[in-house]
Design a protein around this ligand. Structure first.
Ligand code: TXA
Ligand code: MG
Length: 324
């Protein structure tokens, strides 16, 4: 395994490695991804093994070009509109998978759907272009654990499994892409992320809806909930407590804006209570807090609007009871 700063040569070497079936961790504007060529079954299988990812959890295929991305699935009108408004960018669309799709069936986890995204990061785009193929890339962390927003996080969590880690610095958004099921014109928000429902409405007039309660069971419904959105996810080693107004013994306190009276915070997601800054710092702070090995990590309340929805989504999964 090698970690290398980004350069033209490093991207060429990484693309060659991918073409030979290798796994390359690379930066995107959201989080670092662990990449393999999307059509290479063996390489895609290596990703599941490296992450200890359940095989029912499908992967996102990343493209450098909007038309190629939409052409990989059965594009609907709503998908066309969202792609035009937000790509390249932190938005993943779920489409129906064509029967003759060359993308590994493993990437669809045996379903007839396909997740596609055009990332807005020059290293990711250069790597896909150089590899001349779509790249599947889940977040470069062990399944269920914290997502990586720096190359160091990748190295510490999954280092041995990567053939190359391209170090492009910290990820701008810090939270994984928004996922929208576009297989019907209803537009179902499967994972809240950097592009909020408000952004979508403002730029396209489309009102996406949360999954119906019935969808959550993932059974007898043609509207698939992201299988990756399990209750316990994004988990640090410490337990997590949300909406904390007090600080318990053995607990670290993470503030958002001014800490509640009488509490000295250990970290602050954003001193000026800015949700964009808080999202960008969330995983870095969780990684740093976890390193101090507290029993529990308490989070001050974070507003559940705009980007706050995605932050609260990740925190509530981090706070969920862990599978034993
Ligand atoms: O920002 C991101 O999306 C990052 C960067 C690397 O692009 N990738 C990422 O991948 O977060 P991952 O695998 O950690 O999360 C992908 C999410 C999971 O919740 C997965 O279940 C869902 O997308 N997903 C993937 N394919 C799907 C499909 N065909 N249908 C429904 N959900 C899907
Ligand atoms: Mg992930």
């Amino acid at each position: 395994m090698i970690t290398t700063p980004v350069s033209e040569q490093a991207i060429k070497t990484a693309a060659t490695c991918l073409k030979q079936g290798g796994l390359v961790a690379f930066p995107t504007e959201t989080v670092y991804g662990l990449g393999a060529i999307a059509t290479d079954n063996r390489a895609v299988a290596r990703i599941f093994k490296a992450k200890k990812r359940p095989s029912f959890n499908p992967l996102i295929s990343h493209f450098a070009d909007r038309r190629q991305a939409l052409g990989a699935g059965e594009a609907t009108l709503i998908a066309e509109k969202l792609a035009a408004a937000f790509w390249p960018g932190p938005l993943t669309l779920i489409l129906k998978r064509p029967v003759d799709s060359p993308i590994s069936m493993l990437a669809s986890a045996g379903t007839d759907s396909l997740a596609i995204r055009v990332p807005a990061h020059k290293v990711a785009l250069a790597l896909i272009t150089e590899a001349r193929a779509p790249i599947v890339a889940p977040s470069a962390n062990l399944s269920g654990r914290l997502s990586p927003s720096t190359a160091i996080h990748v190295l510490q969590g999954l280092g041995e499994a990567c053939d190359i880690i391209l170090d492009g610095g910290a990820c701008e958004k810090g939270l994984e892409s928004t996922v929208i099921d576009c297989r019907t014109e209803r537009g179902v928000l499967l994972r809240p992320g950097p592009i909020t429902s408000e952004d979508i409405y403002k730029h396209t007039g489309i009102m996406v809806s949360p999954p119906l309660f019935d969808d959550i069971g993932m059974r007898d419904s043609d509207i698939l909930v992201s299988p990756g959105q399990l209750p316990s996810h994004y988990a640090p080693k410490a337990s997590v407590r949300m909406n904390a107004q007090t600080r318990n013994f053995d607990e670290l306190f993470i503030a958002f804006g001014p800490a509640p009276l009488g509490i000295v915070e250990d970290f602050n997601l954003s001193e000026k209570a800015d949700l964009v800054e808080a999202a960008a710092r969330l995983f870095s702070i969780l990684h740093a807090a976890d390193k101090l090995a507290p029993k529990s990590i308490a989070f001050a309340p974070i507003p559940v609007a705009g980007l706050g929805l995605a932050i609260n989504d990740r925190l509530s999964r981090a706070a969920s009871p862990r599978p034993s």
